[in-house]
Design a protein around this ligand. Structure first.
Ligand code: GDP
Length: 366
């Protein structure tokens, strides 16, 4: 499955957010640094209103959403790349995720210590980014000499790696994260970049954690983060972890009332989950029948056999074809029979690139 790692300085609200996300008390929120010692992973359902519409038409007994994982990663502080705080452990955990959710403290509260003694989310983002860049630079510089030698000795792998490594080093030395290269490198180079196992090559989503009263409007701190995110081409979501923690405990109806009283039309967590999904460039296809309507996650650009493989490896191995109806057609023609009659059902082969919202029946050999 796909994993988003939640990072941020101590006391910015990571655990509160994570707990709300998983509706568990697994990660204890407490007013001191390094409370979250082990990385905790929680799987959450990806909200998607299309599922209910499909299920209503097909008379499905069950709706099974697709899921995405969030990992609460132990607090990072200034100096982590040099082993301060939980430095090395943090760095190891962060390598394993697909994307970074960077929580920034945008709430004032004199009762809750800020490790750097001031509320400055852009400064905090910079502190963490700097640590990650230093760690990347150090790890690359350690490997560079070896790779150069092997490249001179006509080692193919090293020869392909070397220019990518050198480009990253140059960028890092300029004070910029490796992820900027995702926008300019070729697909082959990006594969190599990912194999380098860096900390700053993951895409980033900033979460501004605000006080309850600022959830609907944001504040001067969130405005500064939005500016920064825009300049970086990163995504940004404003959330109040405190509100989310409360909402997570309420039955759905009360939650909606509670949110609308605060001027919010949906839970911030739903926005966050969707933003994480978007950040990872994931899309959803559906399998729909009387038993269940189920959502499946694939990376945009995935072809039909590999999409089938998400359900079961046998589906991929024995793939014959994918009978496909676009979501809009399925709704417009009130289900499979209607869509078929209108000529909207398509038999797709193994080169078909699955679209977001496709309703698919796979045919396969066992
Ligand atoms: P972490 O160290 O980043 O995991 O931070 P925690 O989630 O443990 O939060 C640290 C403290 O800040 C806890 O006492 C939380 O209750 C509190 N906190 C978290 N979010 C908010 C918020 O939006 N407003 C206020 N006032 N306190 C918050």
């Amino acid at each position: 499955g796909f994993k988003c790692g939640i990072v941020g300085l101590p006391n910015v609200g990571k655990s509160t957010l994570f707990n709300a996300l998983t509706k568990t008390a697994a990660a204890q929120a407490a007013n001191y640094p390094f409370c979250t010692i082990e990385p905790n992973t929680g799987e959450v359902a990806v909200p998607d209103p299309r599922m209910k519409k499909l299920a209503d038409i097909a008379g499905s007994k069950e709706i099974i959403p697709t899921r995405i994982s969030f990992v609460d990663i132990a607090g990072l502080v200034r100096g982590a790349s040099k082993g301060e705080g939980l430095g090395n452990k943090f760095l190891a955990n962060i390598r394993e995720v697909d994307a970074i959710v960077h929580v920034l403290r945008c709430f004032e509260d004199t009762d809750i210590t800020h490790v750097e003694g001031r509320i400055d989310p852009v400064g905090d983002a910079d502190t963490i980014e700097t640590e990650l860049m230093l760690a990347d630079l150090e790890s690359l510089e350690r490997r560079l000499e070896q790779t150069r030698k092997r490249a001179t000795g006509k080692d193919k792998e090293a020869s392909a790696q070397l220019p990518v490594m050198e480009a990253v080093v140059k960028l890092l030395q300029d004070g910029k994260p490796a992820r900027l290269l995702l926008k300019t490198m070729s697909a082959d180079e990006i594969v190599i970049l990912k194999q380098l196992n860096l900390l700053t090559s993951h895409p980033v989503l900033y979460v501004c954690n605000v006080a309850e009263g600022d959830a609907a409007t944001g504040n001067k701190h969130t405005e500064a983060v939005v500016e920064m995110a825009k300049a970086q081409g990163a995504e940004c979501v404003v959330i109040s972890a405190a509100i989310e923690a409360e909402v997570a405990q309420l039955p759905e109806e009360e939650a909606t009332e509670f949110l609308s009283a605060l001027g919010l039309d949906e839970a911030g967590l739903d926005r966050l989950i969707r933003a994480g999904y978007h950040l990872l460039d994931l899309i959803t296809y559906f399998t729909v029948g009387p038993k269940e309507t189920r959502a499946w996650t694939i990376v945009r650009g995935t072809k039909a056999p590999q999409a089938a493989g998400v359900i079961h490896t046998d589906f991929e191995r024995g793939f014959i074809r994918a009978f496909t109806i676009a979501y809009d057609d399925y709704i417009a023609y009130k289900g499979e029979v209607g869509a078929k009659e209108a000529g909207k059902g398509r038999d797709e082969g193994k080169e078909y690139v699955v679209n977001d919202g496709d309703v698919i029946h796979f045919r396969f050999n066992t």
